[in-house]
Design a protein around this ligand. Structure first.
Ligand code: PGA
Ligand code: ZN
Length: 427
């Protein structure tokens, strides 16, 4: 049973404070997890509780820590660590607000994940195996989405699009994904350097997008895939996170690099043109989180040829997944544990996606830490895909490296090849 729950302030990859939680069992076993933090957040996701005021740019987490060390610790003491559902329900019962703003989603997510870790440690199992055993899933190593250029809110809006990523569905195993990604990442850096456009990296470690148009970024990505010795669209495909809510204002889309303000139809046509011109297999938040008609239209036109992921649009909410599926909007969901606020709600959303025949992509946030829980969640659930950011910086690499360690136990053949995903958008 749970003996104590203790929160402490630690610091994330952007240098901002965040919440770490230790759950200690009566036999001394420890479970520990850290809350990540987004920058381009959906309006309906669990609220990251920050103190406000002048200290630490208003981002201090004393209030969230008070939630952990006060009401949450009290509600969890003596509880069975193996009953994740009941422990999460006990946390939720303390906060009647719609978006967990009383306790703070940062307080609830770190606690919920720490409980999961404690239960796994108590059972002397790696976290991924504990997840599979608890939720009756078949573990497999995920297919990564890896950022080559950052953009949008993660790069001072230097380009409109937030993530220019690759996926390697044609790789033989997880190890080969890493190898090919390394080649593409550094080929992209070489091309940038040759053009005199190498200017450091964005928030998640992808190259800074020193481009004059969104298309220039896409052209450069295609050139980098070729320079790495690959045929674009064969083993390696492109994945984009448009994060369109970030440039939507008063119902219009204001793309700084396109010469016009556009309506939903204009944006859908623009993106449709890119789908024709480039080997894009996956696209996230192609329209804004409040543009339901746009998402339905985009899915109607392109849902058969590309994975359409709802991130801000679905905020890891099972009910929103079922509603969107009924409306014909999206065909995949991003699973961010801190958007939901607890492990149980995230896994409920995962199951909703699987029930709808959708893709499910477990994802990090732009503000991350050394916590690698999501590598285990993704593997344990056998969900198929993992999005973590780029191929540099340790808060990203810790997630990829953890998958390599898991590969040593689970075996290379446990890699989800693109062709074996629930739905596929590549040959
Ligand atoms: P965020 O963005 O973590 O900054 O919210 C990540 C994403 O949009 O996928
Ligand atoms: Zn996103």
């Amino acid at each position: 049973a749970i003996a104590s729950v203790k929160g402490r302030r630690v610091w994330d990859s952007r240098g901002h404070p965040t919440v770490e939680v230790d759950v200690v069992l009566e036999n001394g076993v420890l479970g520990r997890a850290i809350a990540p933090a987004g920058a381009s957040r959906g309006t309906r996701e669990a609220i990251d509780l920050r103190d406000g005021g002048k200290l630490l740019q208003g981002k201090n987490v004393a209030k969230a820590l008070a939630s952990v060390n006060g009401p949450i610790a009290k509600a969890l003491k003596g509880r069975d660590v193996n009953d994740q559902g009941a422990a999460d329900a006990a946390i939720l019962a303390l906060d009647a607000s719609p978006f967990k703003e009383m306790l703070g989603g940062n307080a609830t997510v770190a606690t919920s994940l720490a409980i999961l870790h404690a239960a796994a440690a108590d059972a002397r199992k790696p976290l991924w195996r504990h997840v599979a055993d608890q939720y009756g899933t078949t573990p497999s190593l995920p297919l990564p989405e890896i950022q080559i250029f950052g953009g949008g809110a993660h790069a001072g809006r230097r380009v409109d699009i937030q993530d220019f990523m690759i996926m390697v569905p044609g790789a033989r195993d997880f190890d080969e994904v890493m190898e090919i990604t390394n080649e593409v990442y550094f080929a992209a850096g070489d091309i940038m350097a040759q053009k005199g456009k190498l200017a450091g990296v964005a928030d998640e470690g992808g190259w800074w997008p020193m481009f004059d148009s969104n298309e220039e970024a896409l052209e450069t990505l295609v050139a980098a895939i070729e320079k790495a010795g690959e045929v674009p669209g064969e083993r390696v495909v492109i994945s984009l996170d448009i994060a369109a809510s970030e440039f939507r204002k008063d119902g219009a889309y204001n793309l700084a690099l396109e010469d016009r303000k556009m309506d939903s139809a204009g944006l859908i046509d623009l993106l449709g043109g890119w789908l024709d011109a480039y080997p894009i297999a996956s696209i996230e938040d192609p329209v804004g989180e409040d543009d339901r008609a746009g998402m339905i239209e985009f899915t109607r036109r392109f849902g058969d040829k590309v994975q359409i992921i709802g991130d801000d649009y679905l905020v890891t909410n099972a009910q929103l997944v079922h509603e969107a599926a009924a409306q014909g909007a999206c065909n995949a969901v991003l699973i961010k544990v801190n958007q939901a606020g607890t492990v149980s709600e995230s896994i409920e959303t995962f199951h909703a996606a699987i029930a709808q025949g959708w893709g499910a992509i477990v994802s990090a946030r732009s503000g991350e830490t050394e916590d690698s829980s999501i590598s285990h969640l993704s593997t344990g659930l056998g969900g198929g895909q993992l999005k973590v950011g780029s191929f540099t910086r340790s808060e990203r690499m810790v997630k990829w490296n953890e998958c390599l360690r898991i590969q040593d136990t689970l075996g290379r053949d446990a890699f989800v090849k693109g062709a074996s995903l629930a739905r596929t958008w590549w040959g």
